[in-house]
Design a protein around this ligand. Structure first.
Ligand code: DON
Length: 306
């Protein structure tokens, strides 16, 4: 811990967050998410050197869900470079994260890597390249967060699978266009494990640090080129919160990525990374108190990409 640069602002935001009237509702499609207390709230900020500040439930593990899509994108982009963009686009979809509607008239190429269809393509390609996409993801997050105990939650993975008809439909549909390499059941197994990864705000703020360090990992080695790190941040800004990305950019002004577990990561390039968690979601699947907290953070600190 260094000088408490961000601690007072985090404490003020946590205090204010207790007064938010409606905190939304936890995701209800699987029991493990539905059971979380919507009053939970944690927030962490990691500086470029790994100094972390936190408040509330910032060390409490939660289901990272779609936040993992940022990490699989980075891991695949690092390996295959621009060839990835022949298989997935970079435009906001304006549709919910699990929508099928654009896929047919866009020839099986998903709009972006952060809707479920796009994330399935990215995980498929990472799996082809590594033989174990979920394992690569876990190893990367353990190493960047410095937390060797990070792991998947087998119960959540099993529930995802039991409620996975829509993801299975997306994967089969894209396979019919030749945009999926692996057998669909193997891909879904990887994707559901990926979604089940459990981590805290502290873990995720640290693990996203390479995006604030322009592609450089915690140990000083490079994962992404400076340009690729910019690309990932840009896609987070425009697509990271689905059909609410415009509103998120307007309110928060940072690249961000949400998950239905109630977590959101955000990046201030060249300065710090943030993770906030509160399980109550709005109707588009983004944490109500989480978005409000990031909104307050950029207002109070003046840190934003704009
Ligand atoms: O793929 C799914 O439907 C779930 N595992 C939800 C992933 C997610 O977090 C989407 N967005 N916020």
């Amino acid at each position: 811990m260094g000088t408490p640069t961000f601690q007072p602002v985090l404490e003020r935001i946590a205090e204010e967050s207790e007064r938010i009237p409606g905190r939304g509702r936890p995701a209800s499609y699987i029991p493990a998410l539905a059971a979380r207390d919507p009053r939970s709230f944690g927030m962490a900020v990691a500086e470029l050197d790994g100094t972390v500040y936190g408040v509330g439930d910032w060390r409490e593990p939660f289901s990272t869900q779609s936040i993992t899509k940022v990490f699989t994108l980075a891991l695949d982009l690092a390996r295959e470079g621009d060839a990835l963009w022949e298989h997935v686009g970079r435009e906001p979809s304006g549709n919910p994260f699990n929508s099928l509607v654009q896929l047919e008239y866009e020839g099986g190429i998903p709009r972006n890597p952060f809707i479920n269809a796009g994330a399935l393509v990215v995980t498929d390609r990472l799996h082809t390249r590594t033989g174990d996409a979920a394992g690569e993801l876990l190893a990367f997050l353990r190493s960047e967060s410095g937390n060797p105990d990070l792991d998947f939650d087998p119960q959540i993975a099993a529930s995802e699978s039991a409620h996975g008809n829509r993801n299975a439909a997306l994967a089969h549909f894209m396979a019919s266009y030749g945009n999926i390499d692996n057998p669909v059941p193997a891909l879904l197994d990887q994707y559901f494990r990926q979604c089940s990864l459990t981590a805290s705000c502290a873990d995720l703020a640290l693990a996203a640090g390479f995006l604030a360090r322009h592609g450089v990992r915690a140990d000083g080695t490079r994962l992404l080129t400076r340009s690729q790190a910019k690309q990932v941040n840009a896609v987070m800004l425009t697509c990271g919160t689905y059909d609410a990305a415009g509103e998120f950019a307007y309110r928060v002004g940072l690249p961000g990525k949400s998950g239905v577990g109630g977590g959101i990561i955000a990046v201030v390039p060249g300065r710090c990374t943030l993770c906030v968690w509160s399980p109550g979601l709005d109707e588009r699947g983004n944490s109500v108190a989480g978005v409000a907290a990031l909104d307050r953070f950029t207002t109070l600190t003046g840190l934003s990409v704009f």
